[in-house]
Ligand binder design. Sequence first.
Ligand code: 9D3
Length: 249
Amino acid sequence: MTEEAGRAPWKARVLTLFPEMFPGPLGHSLAGKALERGDWCLETMDIRSFALDKHRSVDDTPFGGGPGMVMRPDVVDAALAAALVPAADGRPIGPAIYLSPRGRVLTQALVKDLADGPGCVLLCGRYEGLDERVIEARGLMEVSLGDFVLSGGELAALALMDAVVRLIPGVMGAAETLAEESFERGLLEYPHYTRPAVWQDRAVPEVLLSGHHEKINAWRLRQAEEVTRSRRPDLWAAYAKRAEPKRKA
Ligand code: 9D3
């Protein structure tokens, strides 16, 4: 019962200058248990072990000047070549992803696509980033977590893997999976409440105590719509478009 018969577990190969950052938080809770069970597989490769000189250098100063250092294309390409060697059984490895602040922003749609595949190679940048020529030569897919500045790609790789692993069959409970699917309508979640029914003079909305499930569902949908409309106009526009596709025709 360690994995689906005949199918190898989802595998991430992480290329990093800080292999000791893995599995990090993924060693705990859901993802950690799944890792122990063999539901997925995590391999780290130290980019520095592919350095070509006796000083084991992995970076150099930018052509054209400017601050910081750039990751050397020759060293990173050697690491990618090693990470992309096909397995003896001919099983594909999956896409090579470069975690980069210039990438397309990670979405649940991409997370799902990755979870449906055999795995991926995750290249974590440090310094100012990677020499552009390796990105081109290897056709790397660049993925960002969003418009804020991290110190490197490692935390982004951990976030991506966390998102993927919880979609692997058997990792998350069936109830959670179902609840999630019902919320893939592009809305933010309705507010949640638990006991005590009154806390610091704040009462739980009465409808939730009514036991009237139809009313509760309607209330939750209205709340979800309101919170989405006020906080995320971008999601709201897309949702409104889908809910009411053609008023003219
Ligand atoms: C001088 C300009 N640099 C600092 C503002 C650009 C820069 C280089 C390298 C900014 C961040 C980083 C390191 N970040 C990542 O490797 C990274 C990242 C991120 O910073 N934000 C969101 N997603 C990601 S994925 C990888």
